[in-house]
Design a protein around this ligand. Sequence first.
Ligand SMILES: NC(=O)c1ccc[n+]([C@@H]2O[C@H](COP(=O)([O-])OP(=O)(O)OC[C@H]3O[C@@H](n4cnc5c(N)ncnc54)[C@H](OP(=O)(O)O)[C@@H]3O)[C@@H](O)[C@H]2O)c1
Length: 281
Amino acid sequence: MRILITGANGKLAASLQAFFSNTEHDFIGLGRSQLDITDRIQVLAMMLDLQPDVVIHTAALTKVDYCAEHPDEALEINAYGTRNVALACQAIDTTLLYISTNEVFDGTNTGAYLEYDDTHAINPYGYSKLVGEGIVRDLVRRHYIVRTSWVYAHGGRNFIHAILDRAQASQSLRVVVNEVSTPTYADDLAVGVGRLVQTGAYGIYHLVNEGRASRWEFARHVLDVAGYSDTPIERISSHEYPRASTPPEYSVLRNFAAARLGITLRPWREAVADFCRKEGL
Ligand SMILES: NC(=O)c1ccc[n+]([C@@H]2O[C@H](COP(=O)([O-])OP(=O)(O)OC[C@H]3O[C@@H](n4cnc5c(N)ncnc54)[C@H](OP(=O)(O)O)[C@@H]3O)[C@@H](O)[C@H]2O)c1
């Protein structure tokens, strides 16, 4: 299979490229400087030239607070950039796998969202990604939509590093309790996506590590596995941590559809511990 990955310099794309490099599949990752998804002509030309069997579309504007302050830019990249990718896939009749987010939901479900539950985005990032989902469904015959949440990866700074930096510097820690979802390890997600894309079972999927956590529980677990069990973390409400975006409160994604294909990700606590071990934290 010949696979094209958009947004190749991103976190998930790096894990996907590492995954596919250990398979027999032929893959190419293109970063923004090689393939700007907002350039419709360039996207079409690249697709006609490369003729991929599958496009894994990870490119996106992912900074949610920036999206809240620049909603048109979020739409331009996440929705209309996705339209350019979808139109190009339509033109060469190829398969598209679009990475989406827990933020397409409004966060009022204190249980867990299933793949075909009603969506309702409450911030510009979520809205732009949701419009992208609709475009993919409308334009591409063979598509997968893979929603995930709270992705962390090697090769950059993330929530885990931020928490540990403060603990190491003996700075006080205050973390939100009323934002609940699931931390997801990019390397685990990449394996799930890599397996899913070979099934031909098109549709909507939720791929996250198993279980749920508040931001506070996530931080607590990080400190525990890194040997900072004695470091306290103050529980605060999101009202005490004002930010430009409004994250959904409860946006736990339940993997029902992929589990039917035998694709599940391990529990999030195990994944975080493994990540910390590999990072030497
Ligand atoms: N991170 C999360 O917690 C999370 C959660 C749920 C879903 N997702 C989704 O997962 C996917 C991958 O996210 P990630 O965490 O790997 O994000 P990331 O590290 O921010 O990677 C996204 C990549 O997209 C690129 N990009 C932005 N605008 C582009 C454009 N116009 N043309 C081409 N490339 C462009 C960025 O390039 P630059 O570096 O040049 O800006 C960046 O390398 C995204 O679709 C995101 O919406 C992420």
